[in-house]
Design a protein around this ligand. Structure first.
Ligand SMILES: O=c1ccn([C@@H]2O[C@H](COP(=O)(O)OP(=O)(O)O[C@H]3O[C@H](CO)[C@H](O)[C@H](O)[C@H]3O)[C@@H](O)[C@H]2O)c(=O)[nH]1
Length: 338
């Protein structure tokens, strides 16, 4: 059984990828410092995969811990999620983002090099395309950054590219578009702390009655209904893309790929789909544009299909239904009773 080190494996995308990897027959060890994840996720992963969950608690900045972890087990590859991911926070605390997202990656890559573990799947983001003007987005477009967060992801991509030019790393870079939804069991999902920044968790809180209304940030964009277009991808599809990415790395094929559906969805379309999943109207109000938002962002998913055989299978209704299932399960309090 191939063994994978999954950094950030207790987080939102990491936890779903844990399940997908276990179901695909991989042995998985999670490395997580639980700075943005609840420790109860581990029990739930155990329930979902009906087995023990190997966890190392700590940071990718801890070189001694990484060396110890790589010495304990012979790993065939690493899937690296552990990072900070809030764009707004990155503007306020850029150095924290550089430390975790860039120094963390370099420390991990150094430890991998020392242990001769050469395969890595890296979590990147569509924000590396900056403020694009050509759509859909193909991987060969020029890259830029409009926030410290985007800078860290772009820099990390380049760190890996240059490391792979010198040492035998095989690298899979996955540029996620907008991950949403949850595992159909309702046992794992996105668990943002405090008031969410992102659209779907925000609508979910409106549906739960925790927030009175959705604020739609601008309806005067150059899109059919005036609200921004994004490429939302179900986290279950995204998790599956990581398994396929690892398989390609095992076959010696590095890659840089968009992971999206290629189908843009407006804010109002997402709101309507969530209402349909919930079965009642959810209040919203149009407010001013949010600074920094780009009107359109959606993938050309062709390369991921050609290179990995990956296509997103789940649509907007499954994204909304699974999110609603998850937030209701959480609200019902099972997480405290499990
Ligand atoms: O309360 C809200 C929240 C969001 N939106 C709108 O919904 C759309 C999606 O916003 P999100 O915050 O959910 O997602 P973003 O596309 O802004 O950003 C996300 O996707 C990016 C890549 O596309 C980065 O990865 C980033 O980290 C991640 O938060 C935007 O038009 C935004 O203005 C609202 O109208 N109201």
């Amino acid at each position: 059984m191939p063994q994978i080190l999954l950094t950030g494996g207790a987080g939102y995308i990491g936890s779903h990828t844990f399940v997908a990897l276990r179901e695909a027959g991989y042995g998985v060890t999670i490395l997580d410092d639980f700075s943005n994840a609840d420790a109860s996720v581990i029990d739930r992963l155990g329930r979902l995969t009906q087995g023990p969950v190997d966890v190392v608690e700590g940071s990718v900045l801890d070189r001694a811990l990484l060396d110890h972890t790589f010495a304990e087990k012979s790993f065939d590859g690493v899937v690296h999620f552990a990072a900070r991911k809030a764009v707004g926070e990155s503007v306020a605390k850029p150095l924290d983002y550089f430390e975790t997202n860039i120094t963390g990656l370099v420390t991990l890559a150094q430890a991998m090099r020392a242990a001769a573990v050469w395969r890595i799947v890296f979590s990147s983001t569509a924000t590396v395309y900056g403020e694009p003007e050509v759509f859909p987005l193909t991987e060969n477009l020029p890259l830029s950054h409009t926030s410290p967060y985007a800078f860290t992801k772009l820099t990390a991509e380049r760190v890996l590219e240059q490391a792979a030019a010198a040492d035998p790393f095989t690298v899979g870079v996955l540029r996620y578009f907008n991950p949403v939804g949850a595992h159909p069991s309702g046992l794992i999902g996105e668990d943002p702390r405090g008031i969410p920044d992102n659209l779907m968790p925000f609508i979910a809180k409106v549906a739960l009655g925790e927030i009175s209304e959705l604020q739609v940030f601008g309806d005067d964009y150059d899109t059919p209904d005036g609200t921004c277009w994004r490429d939302y991808i179900h986290v279950m599809d995204l998790a599956r893309a990581h398994v396929l990415s690892l398989e390609a790395l095992m076959a010696g094929r590095g890659h840089v790929l968009n992971v999206g559906t290629g189908r843009p969805v407006s804010v109002l379309e997402m709101h309507a789909a969530y209402q349909a999943a919930v079965g009642r109207d959810l209040p919203y109000r149009i407010v001013d544009r949010r600074p920094g938002d780009v009107p359109r962002l959606y993938a050309d998913p062709a390369r991921a299909r050609d290179v990995l055989g990956f296509s997103a299978e789940l649509g907007l209704s499954e994204m909304c239904a699974s999110s609603w299932n998850w937030v209701q399960a959480q609200a019902a309090g099972w997480r405290f009773n499990s």
